[in-house]
Design a protein around this ligand. Structure first.
Ligand code: IMP
Length: 200
């Protein structure tokens, strides 16, 4: 099965490729660079599903017949902030914001919020779309809480502020590979891999 990832984010490509390799699937994963690169799209959908669909559609016309596009949309939801940053996770502190700026804004918004109310969840929606418009969706959720200050240097995005449920480390402090076993994206990829294994 040939799958083109509708993302220009090298972290995601690496994470998803590593997960699929570990799951020993029959997937050949290609980056959007193997086509004409990932076009600029405005991720202005109201949900992760809508944004994933926007990204998938952006490169679907470029993929070879019989191949698939995989689009990922993900983000962090904090109930104490009414679900923010949510679909705006990448641009929480403004268009083109750095991870550091987004993290600072999150800490600022949560100032004075007691530990018990700092729960959060990462959500990942994977949308698989074929060259003939067959569509499948796979969702993964990772529960945790937002720390008082950043910890660790691994990963990307909100990783230094996110402590997954049941662990003492932040996502950014976990040894390489460990995040990719428990993350929202890992759970969604597990579901994708299970579906792939059922195809002939
Ligand atoms: P998108 O899915 O590329 O539109 O952006 C999702 C945004 O959510 C990223 O830019 C990060 O800020 C955040 N995000 C998604 N997944 C993760 C993760 O695994 N760790 C940290 N931040 C993440």
């Amino acid at each position: 099965m040939h799958i083109y990832l509708a993302s220009g984010n090298p972290h995601k490509l690496r994470e998803i490729a590593e997960m699929l390799m570990r799951l020993d699937t029959t997937v050949n994963l290609y980056s959007a660079e193997a086509l004409e690169g990932m076009p600029e799209v405005s991720e202005d959908g109201a949900t992760f599903e809508e944004n994933a669909a926007i990204k998938a559609l952006a490169i679907q016309p470029l993929i070879p017949r019989g191949a698939w596009v995989l689009a990922d949309d993900s983000g962090l939801e904090v109930p104490a902030l009414d679900g923010a940053p949510g679909v705006r996770s990448a641009r929480y502190a403004g268009a083109g914001a750095t991870d550091a700026a987004n993290n600072l804004k999150l800490l600022h918004e949560l100032e004075g919020i007691p530990d018990a109310d700092r729960t959060a969840r990462f959500v990942c929606v994977l949308l698989l779309r074929s060259s003939t418009d067959e569509i499948h969706r796979f969702t993964g959720i990772c529960h945790g809480r937002i720390l008082e200050s950043p910890r660790g240097t691994g990963g990307f995005g909100y990783d230094p502020l996110f402590q997954p449920e049941g662990l003492e480390s932040s996502f950014a402090e976990l040894p390489p590979g460990e995040k990719n076993r428990i993350s929202h994206r890992a759970k969604a990829v597990d579901r994708l891999a299970r579906w792939v294994s059922l195809q002939v």
